[in-house]
Ligand binder design. Structure first.
Ligand SMILES: [Zn+2]
Ligand SMILES: [Zn+2]
Length: 457
């Protein structure tokens, strides 16, 4: 039973994922009532519902002639990247005794210090953990938000609780896991993402992509959703459903983000969620405020193989002063079509996008100063720290540049203590609400930081 318990406790898996389990052992476990099985798809209020991801949208189901049941069989398209849930699929859920995790007294080995803003947020997280509340930590880009979690995670682990940090992006999982292993060396930690080899490790502290949360049920006493607004979490109800279902009925939930959704911002303003803001960066300088620069009909200009003059002047100046820059474009097609015009000035200029296999190398080349500039899609809006960087958005009025995308892009600039300023420009052909809200959000945070004495002016 121990094996099955460690493999299944807190999870909902497809029967087909339990390859080691013989039909006899499965039957025995069912009779002992230590596992429960449910159909993959069910009709609820007359609507087909996926029992794993909660999908009820008829457009997100398909049907095919099924090799397993030999019939015309419906399946969920919504969570198919985690393995197919079909009408004839069985989901298996652990109902036996729960795993008892160790009580880790004083397990936090992190030696750093928290800024006053970080400390206040860390205290809020500890309180939320102790009182099983939901809380929002709204920390500006570059404030150092991971460390803010450490005392709260330690508080949960000291009570033998199970903790999950979920983030939409695999990059973040890979970056967080070693930092957590260093901070909590005595705790079993697993990192989960597509292709991870630790999926069957029974870990007390789990770092996971939000997709992998679909395999958990009533598992965690504390769930942290990092970068809650980032694609695809905000785009996908299923992942929110998964995050909710992965929690125990009495548990705490922490949202950690630099750019909360409008909905979370409203809750914070109305005081309907416990919220701590960290409005200043660790280096105590304000965040550079984006400036607007009208650049006319840039699409037309590019189609005539011209670069709008304000954009041209901007990057030529960066080239002349030998400072690194990122030029954000709304679409790959436009970016790649105009790359050659830019290369006439600077042949080394490269472009990156999400499918680019050389993405990491190109960013590294920029970091090391081997190349001065990169053209990029929104793929580099997060997680990139380059000293002395300047950034510009071409066509900032395009729909892909949401408020949070623009705040994140602005957040790439001025991150280093020895170079805390930088130029951030929105080149546009008409201002949008998203642009105005992004600028206002940054100004409001800087104002709050000044009022709370968190920046040196
Ligand atoms: Zn589904
Ligand atoms: Zn079938």
């Amino acid at each position: 039973m121990k094996d099955l318990q460690s493999q299944l406790c807190g999870k909902t898996l497809l029967a087909s994922e339990l390859t080691d389990l013989s039909p006899d052992a499965l039957q025995a476990a069912l009779e002992q009532k230590i596992i429960q099985q449910t159909a993959g798809l069910a009709k609820m209020n007359g609507r087909l519902t996926c029992q794993r991801c909660g999908n009820r949208d008829s457009n997100r189901f398909a049907s095919h002639h099924c090799a397993r049941c030999g019939k015309e069989c419906a399946y969920c398209r919504n969570c198919i990247m985690m393995g197919k849930v079909a009408s004839c699929s069985t989901l298996i859920h652990w109902t036996g005794p729960p795993v008892v995790f160790p009580f880790h007294e004083q397990c936090l080995q992190w030696q750093g210090t928290l800024s006053p803003g970080q400390q206040a947020a860390a205290d809020l997280v500890v309180r939320a953990v102790q009182q099983k509340q939901t809380a929002l930590v709204w920390a500006v880009c570059g404030a150092g938000k991971t460390e803010v979690l450490f005392p709260g995670i330690a508080a949960a682990l000291s009570q033998g609780e199970r903790v999950c940090i979920a983030t939409p992006r695999t990059d973040v999982v890979l970056e967080l896991a070693p930092r957590l292993k260093q901070a909590f060396p005595s705790v079993t930690i697993a990192s989960l993402y597509g292709g991870s080899e630790e999926k069957n490790v029974l870990a007390q502290l789990v770092v996971s992509t939000t997709h992998q949360l679909l395999r958990y049920q009533e598992a965690f006493d504390l769930v942290v959703i990092d970068e809650v607004d980032a694609f695809p979490y905000s785009m996908d109800q299923a992942l929110q459903y998964a995050a909710a279902r992965s929690r125990k009925p009495i548990s705490s939930l922490i949202y950690l983000t630099a750019t909360p959704s409008r909905e979370l911002q409203k809750q914070a303003a109305a005081n309907t969620i416990h919220c701590a803001t960290i409005p200043a960066r660790f280096h105590r300088h304000p965040i550079p405020v984006p400036r607007y620069q009208w650049c006319g009909n840039w699409k037309k200009a590019f189609s005539l193989q011209n670069i709008p003059v304000p954009i041209q002047e901007w990057y030529r100046e960066k080239l002349a002063s030998q400072t690194p820059f990122l030029l954000f474009f709304p679409h790959i097609e436009i970016m790649n079509a105009c790359l050659p015009f830019f290369q006439q000035d600077y042949p080394e200029l490269m472009s990156v996008h999400s499918e680019d296999p050389k993405r990491k190398e190109k960013v590294q080349a920029l970091r090391e100063g081997k190349v001065l500039g990169l053209m990029t899609t929104t793929i580099l809006e997060r997680g990139v720290t380059i000293p002395r960087l300047h950034a510009a958005v071409v066509g900032a009025e395009e729909g892909i540049f949401t408020e949070s995308a623009l705040v994140q892009i602005a957040g790439r600039v001025g991150r280093k203590a020895d170079y805390p300023t930088g130029d951030i420009v929105f080149f546009h052909y008409g201002k949008t609400w998203a642009m105005k809200r992004a600028v206002r959000q940054i100004e409001t945070m800087n104002k709050e930081a000044a009022e709370r004495g968190m920046i040196d002016v």
